[in-house]
Ligand binder design. Structure first.
Ligand code: PRE
Length: 283
């Protein structure tokens, strides 16, 4: 049975994504994103699944930065899943839930519910946890504290909490991209009706202090009609103002167009690394 590491504990959104995509797998939970990625690099699990980007809040920087700076593993697949956030408390506090003093969750989940929290919990303190289900678990283990968690329905069931407000995320379209990473860049073959297409992700470092470099980079894709679905800059961590770009192209690595674009970028003195060319699945 395939072993898959995921950001845990049980009942995170990552857990839901893994269960949907790999119903037969043996799931191993890790408390943090770096621990999960390390487990893949050390061969403890065959695949790892971690969150990469949310439609409301943007990238999960910890994932991108850890993959780029600490453990470079190829991305071999992606799962895009809907995210529904609920407010939950220990059953002891169901009546007084409006007066909770602290709200626990993952920073991305809290950010997805800012409008709701600002309206209903002006005085509450937010406490950031490693995942939404870690927050639910904490709330269930501290019944004497007047606190709430933001997490999904499975977490409420798993940790015996009561949902007091459903769907508190601020915008209906709330989806998160989870990436599947592997030690070796072997193609992942999943025969799934959720298959929705392929992507190639590149990391590009521009030459220093060259006017128009980004424009030239984009034109290498533009004239080849390579459609980009994401472009994002992240600090290179080598000095203020030093950035690299992460670019997603909405097609599989081919023999001509993408290698041609990469060669053109290298001729411009860019450094290019292919982070993965992989299928994506929409839940
Ligand atoms: O905490 C979880 O449940 C996760 O799976 C992490 C995570 C994230 O990092 O974005 C995943 C989906 C939601 O966007 C909120 C939290």
């Amino acid at each position: 049975m395939m072993k898959i590491g995921y950001l845990g504990p049980k009942a995170t959104f990552t857990d839901l994504a893994v269960t949907t995509m790999f119903p037969q797998a043996e799931k191993i939970s890790y408390d943090t994103i770096p621990e999960c990625i390390d487990a893949v690099s050390h061969g403890k699990v065959e695949l790892g699944v971690v969150p990469l980007e949310n439609a409301l809040e943007g990238s999960v920087n910890l994932t991108i930065d850890y993959l780029i700076h600490e453990q470079s593993l190829p991305i071999v697949g992606e799962i895009i899943a809907p995210i529904q956030q609920h407010l939950m408390v220990h059953p002891y506090h169901v009546n007084g839930w409006k007066d909770v003093q602290e709200i626990y969750s993952h920073s991305h989940a809290i950010a997805q519910c800012h409008k709701f929290l600002h309206t209903h919990f002006k005085k509450a303190k937010y406490v950031y946890m490693t995942s939404t289900s870690a927050a639910a678990k904490f709330v269930s283990e501290h019944p004497h504290l007047h606190i709430a968690a933001i997490a999904n329905r499975l977490a409420a069931e798993e940790y015996g909490l009561t949902i007091v407000r459903e769907n508190i995320h601020d915008y209906d379209y709330n989806h998160t991209r989870f990436i599947i990473v592997r030690r070796q860049n072997e193609e992942l073959t999943i025969d799934s009706p959720l298959y929705a297409g392929d992507k190639t992700t590149l990391m590009i470092t521009l030459p220093k202090d060259q006017a128009g470099a980004l424009h030239q980079v984009l034109s290498a894709f533009a004239w080849r009609k390579l459609n980009l679905t994401k472009i994002e800059s992240r600090p290179a961590k080598t000095g203020l103002g030093n950035y690299f770009f992460i670019i997603d192209i909405d097609q599989k690595m081919d023999d001509v167009l993408i290698p041609g674009a990469i060669a053109e970028l290298e001729a411009l003195d860019c450094t290019v690394q292919v982070l993965g060319s992989y299928p994506y699945y929409i839940v």
